[in-house]
Design a protein around this ligand. Structure first.
Ligand SMILES: [Zn+2]
Length: 58
């Protein structure tokens, strides 16, 4: 597979996935909502979420 395609697919899959920093639960949510603090962990109700993928800003 071309590298660019892999990156595009990976980004699409992971940019909406966040990981709870307390219980490591995976939460699929909109990045904007997470930044606004509207998303809570389903298990421990923590708002401390981090993006699953490290942000790659070019
Ligand atoms: Zn949690």
């Amino acid at each position: 597979m071309p590298k660019t395609k892999v990156e595009a697919v990976t980004k699409r899959l992971y940019e909406r996935v966040f990981v709870c920093m307390k219980c490591n639960a995976k939460i699929r949510a909109d990045a904007r909502k997470v930044k606004l603090g509207k998303v809570k962990c389903r298990r421990c109700y923590s708002k401390q979420l981090r993006p699953k993928s490290k942000e790659r800003k070019i």
